[in-house]
Design a protein around this ligand. Structure first.
Ligand code: MOS
Length: 750
């Protein structure tokens, strides 16, 4: 593989990348041709339906399996009594991004909605009826639900979800030097992902000569490589005996990054019954087994000097955790790097609750953390008698307060300025309840958007064909964010060809691993691998051409040629060039293949974040407390924008999620039973078109030479940060009532 310096001598990003292309997969999707896991219908297919626990805590003492088995079409009922065992216990963490799962290992009920049996039948209807006939009987224990429980989190357990504490500077000394002290307590509700496509899996086993089994699995997954590792370990077979197909995901938001128990059960059932088996969760079954954003109670202490400068910032998060796993929402981390402070302290704790294990959900940590931080900042600005934007500029972090490192790039000032100008922020009255629209109270608020730029590890292949077209391969996941398009644009630039000549293969576990589609790092990571694979191919092509006396490029030297539009050009004489297909033909090559990797080596030397400023206008009914967001303007800087059209969609999607977070999304447990009262889209509210106002996402130019070789940050999770606080602060400005719980309930405003 060529080193990056050589690569950059031949190709560069910016011919296809940067164009506002529409989705390459759009036609497939709108015509129903894009295959999803539940679309798979292999011959002999059986249907599985999980029976879900109707209590939150206790034990299953009886299941009427005889009644279920007697129903026509029911083939098998799996319970803890007869479930085929996994090669390793389902509590085993196969890798650092794995959950403990419920795969019928015992009769304990740990949360409402937990799978307690799996019914397999000839039809979906029979399986559904079979599950109903099980009529479970329970030994019920009182559920422990929510933030006020008394079962603390055991600090000895360790997982990816346990954020370390951070302490920078002398908190006590900084507090003593401050003249204003403010404590803000903000609560956020439990939220569930509600991807358009509920989780589904189809598994089919094949016997290769009877000796070794092979399984093909269709299931939407954000990290195919990790999923393959997990399946291999649980099933006790070699990873090369497993194929996972996940070409399209109908949304993921973090919930499809991690395997859940029923997926394993379906694969076991298919092997046991020697027939393909399919399971598609119902909407209500997504409330519990596939992760959620847990409720938080966050306490922020801000200590200011008499100028309004932040002396000390202390952010503590209490989050709900499950009783059987270790994920803690890392909300306090959102305060690490946004505002300057002399002392910074962040901690987390949790209370165990009889709920499914929480997990990453779009902007995990940052979304609830940013909401609380931005409310506290707004409160402090008002206490100082300062404009909220002026207050943020006074406390602008020139370096990262949590590490002292310089930012790789930070165009946040420009974001604030452009969004404020567009919004008309300069006309904002300082005092609340100062604006009306008709009889409605009108308010303006703002928030800072910030999200880190992680990179994972990815690999890719590029193959140039005899006709000058190419195919690239990487197991990338398109959750709807446009990976098929944005990654293809980057890959085409790496190959120096037009994207129309590029075939993009992804979503299959036999392809090189593209890492996790998450953390807003997929485009940067998989994109780097694809770009490098293309560039590696072009490097080899240049070597062939410049060494061939019959080529017009002969003698230019490998570094003396540049690729564009499917041709190599001499750097010293642009009129001398040759098409890829001619170089390949003369060399007698049908194919030329390159490889590339993406990822970040070593410890980062800079703080790397995407940024934005979000401004919101709300209208509040003074009698009913009803809140409408009437305008949202955000300006965002996220390094190189690969596709402005798709990036804008991501940012708008994040901002709309912010509306839902601020005003609607809330999973409600009945405290008596621990069951949900609203585990469907009728009761769990997300924004619909009527809730979405005039909304704009401006993109601020930003060059980042440090974040990675391509200068790409990320846009997937940025938009939800900042927006929630902006809306809450606008509600305060309209009403004079400070929202301290999300979603904001109308009755708290009147
Ligand atoms: Mo995400 S929560 O990084 O899919």
């Amino acid at each position: 593989m060529a080193d990056p310096m050589t690569i950059n001598q031949h190709v560069r990003l910016g011919s296809n990348a940067g164009q506002p292309m529409t989705r390459r997969d759009g036609m497939l999707k709108v015509t129903g041709q894009a295959p999803y896991a539940a679309d798979r219908r292999p011959a002999g297919l059986l249907h599985a339906v999980a029976a879900s626990a109707g209590i939150a805590r206790g034990r299953v003492v009886h299941l009427d399996t005889a009644a279920a088995m007697a129903h026509p079409g029911v083939i098998r009922v799996y319970t803890p009594a007869n479930c085929p065992p996994l090669a390793v216990h389902p509590d085993t963490k196969i890798h650092g991004f794995a959950w403990r799962t419920e795969a019928l290992q015992d009769d304990t009920v740990r949360y409402a909605g937990q799978p307690i049996a799996l019914v397999v039948a000839e039809t979906l209807e029979a399986a559904t009826e079979g599950a109903r006939l099980l009529a479970p009987q329970y030994e019920v224990l009182p559920p422990r639900i929510g933030l006020d429980g008394d079962t603390p989190y055991d600090p000895e357990t360790v997982s990816i979800g346990r954020p370390p504490s951070l302490s920078v500077g002398d908190l006590d000394a900084a507090r003593k030097g401050a003249t204003r002290h403010q404590t803000t307590v903000v609560e956020t509700a439990a939220q569930y992902h509600n991807a358009l496509e509920p989780h589904a899996i189809t598994a089919e086993w094949f016997r290769d000569g009877g000796a070794r089994d092979r399984v093909e699995i269709d299931t939407p997954n954000q990290a195919i490589g990790l999923a393959k590792q997990s399946f291999a370990a649980y099933l006790g077979i070699e990873p090369d005996r497993i194929v996972i197909r996940s070409p399209f995901l109908g949304g993921g938001f973090g919930s499809k990054a991690i395997l859940f128990g029923a997926q394993l059960l379906v694969v076991l059932a298919a092997r046991d019954l020697d027939r393909p088996v399919k399971l598609a969760l119902r909407r209500d079954q997504m409330y519990g087994p596939v992760g959620h954003r847990p409720a938080t109670r966050q306490t922020l202490q801000l200590d200011l000097d008499d100028q309004g400068r932040i002396m000390a910032l202390d952010h503590h998060t209490l989050a709900v955790a499950s009783t059987f796993d270790d994920f803690i929402e890392s909300a306090s981390n959102a305060s690490h790097s946004v505002y300057a402070t002399t002392a910074l302290h962040t901690t987390h704790s949790a209370v165990r609750s009889d709920t499914g294990t929480p997990g990453p959900m779009r902007a995990p940590g940052e979304a609830p953390g940013s909401a609380a931080l931005e409310v506290a900042i707004d409160q402090a600005a008002h206490a100082m008698g300062m404009d909220p934007l002026a207050f943020r500029l006074l406390n602008y972090a020139e370096t990262d307060p949590s590490t002292g490192m310089a930012f790789s790039s930070k165009a946040l000032r420009e974001c604030y300025a452009q969004a404020a100008e567009r919004f008309g922020w300069a006309d904002r009255p300082l005092q609340p309840r100062a604006m009306r629209q008709g009889r409605l109270l009108k308010g303006w608020g703002m928030g800072t958007a910030q999200f880190p730029c992680p990179m994972f590890q990815a690999a890719a292949h590029a193959t140039l064909r005899a006709d000058g077209s190419a195919v690239v391969e990487t197991s990338a996941a398109d959750m709807g964010q446009g990976a098929w398009t944005a990654l293809a644009q980057i890959a085409a630039d790496g190959l120096g060809i037009d994207v129309d000549r590029l075939e993009f293969r992804s979503g299959h576990s036999d392809l090189p691993d593209a890492g996790i589609a998450g953390g807003s790092g997929h485009t940067a990571t998989a994109g780097t691998a694809l770009f490098n694979a293309g560039a590696d191919t072009v490097r080899q092509l240049a070597q062939i051409a410049t060494a061939d006396p019959a080529s017009p490029l002969f003698g230019a030297g490998n570094a003396g040629v540049t690729a564009r539009g499917g041709r190599l050009y001499r750097n010293d004489d642009d009129s001398r060039h040759e098409a890829y297909e001619d170089i390949l033909a003369r060399a007698g090559l049908d194919l030329l293949r390159g490889e590339g990797k993406g990822g970040r080596e070593g410890e980062p030397q800079r703080a790397m974040f995407s940024h934005g400023g979000v401004f919101a206008e709300v209208l509040v009914d003074p009698d009913l407390g009803q809140i409408r967001v009437s305008r949202l303007v955000g300006a965002f800087a996220a390094g190189r924008i690969v596709n402005p059209h798709l990036a804008r969609s991501q940012l708008l999607g994040g901002m709309i999620w912010g509306i839902g977070f601020a005003l609607q999304e809330e999973a409600i447990h009945d405290p008596r039973t621990g069951r949900f009262t609203n585990n469907d889209l009728a009761g769990y509210h997300i924004p619909v078109n009527a809730d979405v106002p005039s909304i704009e996402a401006l993109m601020v130019h930003e060059d980042d030479p440090h974040v990675n070789a391509l200068g790409i940050k990320g846009v997937g999770e940025l938009g939800v940060t900042g927006t929630v606080g902006a809306i809450a602060n606008a509600v305060w400005h309209a009403t004079g009532v400070r929202p301290v719980r999300f979603p904001i309930h109308p009755e708290t405003l009147i």
